[in-house]
Design a protein around this ligand. Structure first.
Ligand code: NAD
Length: 447
């Protein structure tokens, strides 16, 4: 592996590139290269066997010029301050690119949740929530789930913060269970946002997309089969026959596969952490989902024509490639074997900077992570708004508002990249960094 780079250095390098193009004032540029505020905490947790173990955690707030900070909390043995800094920085740009009124933050605790019991995780979460409660709150910084944290973790977090305050504060955190102020549509939101941006990219590249009125007519005349017509809950365009390969079959990858299939795309390859499966005629995604939930794996799926390695799925010839697993999957080492027209970065940071340059040279149209996977934070924003108003919206309202935001953001990024003759990633960063710099300037520098 020739290329191994610190994520925060990558995040800063991305700012360096656009600062020059935007001719940012030096002081503003130097300010946004670094997080605004960082909290590092060490705290003890009682383990089930009576031992006391000390943990280290972080909450990093990159920028709050456009609104309260927003970003997930990650539990993982490899969490580092630089990783959290990078993720917080990317959250600032992600919120700005879809134009929601948040800045960026991220948190993490160095721990191995796979080796901890549920009660140990609850005590760790409650103590960490207390430790960072001095800088979070619905009007300051609103955490959410990330790697190895889930709706239950968010519920413990919300409860702890509410105990400190003496009243219930649902708006302190998003990604909560529905019963305590979670939002409809949050589970599907990231994948749904990926689907909307893929559809816009296909339209942009003149792929065969069927306008709503035409497919409705085809459905009513029985020209399209029921599986495709059924569940068409929005009035957007359908994608016909674009072939799709997806790495990662978890929350984002599996739901994206399902939604894209329902829009008429042909998902020909998917993989999880153990294996990849292919069928050039199109995998039956509902059946793959059933097989995966029954057996816990893609292994042995009968409708596959071939089983391949998890990374091989990236090299399958297709129209749309969706990395939806881990960071640094498309690298200098495999980029030459990638045969796709579009890459939609559902995962955060799946493409290394060197591979990014090569994809651009190969004329691959890339939908960058800060745009492609921004559907999750957008519906988190809806959750926060609903919590503050104590008024909850229907799932179809959520999906409609999400589509509006994603389609608008895609158009703005595309226009920016065309205007400045840059790729979509640089276009997205230029749009986001400019919005944040404008907010800093219009507010003025205190005192
Ligand atoms: P997940 O844990 O539900 O799924 C991850 C999937 O990747 C699983 O299918 C797993 O088996 C697979 N995987 C793990 N290692 C792999 C490997 N080496 N090769 C191939 N597949 C592998 O996670 P998720 O929520 O679906 O998140 C996926 C990506 O999307 C992450 O990069 C995450 O940061 C990003 N993302 C998620 C959200 C969200 O709302 N869940 C929002 C924004 C970005």
């Amino acid at each position: 592996m020739s290329e191994e780079i610190n994520p925060f250095k990558i995040a800063q390098h991305q700012i360096d590139i656009v600062a020059e193009k935007l001719k940012l004032k030096k002081g503003i540029y130097e300010f946004i290269r670094w997080p605004h505020r960082e909290l590092e905490v060490h705290f003890p947790v009682k383990m089930d066997n009576g031992d006391i173990k000390s943990f280290k955690g972080f909450r990093v707030q990159h920028n709050n010029a456009r609104g309260p900070c927003k970003g997930g909390i990650r539990y993982h043995p490899d969490v580092t301050l630089d990783e959290v800094r990078a993720l917080a920085t990317w959250m600032t740009w992600k919120c700005a690119v879809v134009d929601i009124p948040f800045g960026g933050a991220k948190g993490g605790v160095i721990c191995n949740p796979k080796e901890m019991s549920k009660t140990e995780l609850e005590r760790l979460t409650r103590r960490f929530a207390l430790e960072i409660s001095i800088i979070i709150g619905p009007e300051k910084d609103i955490p959410a789930p990330d790697v190895y944290t889930d709706a239950q973790t968010m519920a413990w977090f919300m409860d702890t913060y509410s105990m400190i305050k003496g009243y219930s504060v649902p708006g302190v955190i998003t990604g909560k269970p529905l019963s305590i102020g979670g939002s409809q549509g949050r589970r599907e939101a990231t994948a749904r946002g990926v689907m909307y941006t893929v559809r816009e990219a296909l339209k942009h590249l003149d792929y065969k997309v069927i306008p709503p009125e035409v497919w409705k007519k085809k459905c009513s005349e029985g020209e399209l089969n029921d599986a495709i017509c059924d569940g068409e809950e929005d009035s957007g365009y359908r994608i016909d026959d674009a072939t799709v390969a997806i790495q990662g079959f978890g929350n984002v990858g599996s739901i994206a596969a399902n939604l894209l299939t329902r829009k008429g795309a042909k998902v020909i390859a998917v993989s999880d952490s153990k294996i990849g499966i292919i069928n050039k005629d199109g995998l039956d995604i509902p059946k793959v989902l059933t097989h995966k939930s029954r057996t816990g794996s893609l292994n042995g799926f009968e409708g596959a024509s071939e089983e391949i390695g998890t990374k091989d799925v990236l090299e399958v010839e297709c129209d749309v490639l969706i990395p939806a697993a881990l960071e640094n999957q498309i690298t200098e080492d495999n980029v030459d074997r990638i045969k796709t027209r579009i890459v939609a970065e559902a995962a955060n940071g799946p493409t290394t900077p060197a591979a990014d340059r090569i994809l651009h040279e190969k004329n691959v149209f890339l939908i960058p992570d800060i745009l492609a996977n921004a559907g999750g934070v957008t519906v988190s924003y809806f959750e926060w708004v609903q919590d503050l108003q104590q008024f909850f919206w229907s799932e179809s309202d959520i999906n409609m508002k999400l589509r509006e935001i994603m389609v608008k953001a895609f158009g703005e990024v595309r226009d920016m990249s065309q205007k400045h003759q840059v790729n979509m990633r640089t276009g997205a960063y230029m749009l986001a960094v400019q919005r944040v710099a404008d907010a800093i300037m219009i507010r003025g520098i205190f005192p």
